[in-house]
Design a protein. Sequence first.
Length: 95
Amino acid sequence: MLEPVKVLVVDDVVLVGRTVQRMLRGMSDTIDVVETGAEALERHRRIHYDVILLDINLTDATGPLLAVRLQSVWPTRIALMSADPELGGWDGEVL
């Protein structure tokens, strides 16, 4: 039997975070949503998530830099995401 996957969704737009949470329902027992990078770091220190879905442009952090900090807390899989239609094909660097 597979162990449940713990997922953290990090997005400063509440509607986006909740929508992603609803889309993943049934795929995981634990799907938590937070709105800031600070909340994500604090939560990941307490609960070692298997997957983190991370907005690339939070109000208090940039996704790529936050991803590095989250990895230093506990190695995990991180997917960067954005609902910004202006962003198009993001070509930023990920450390």
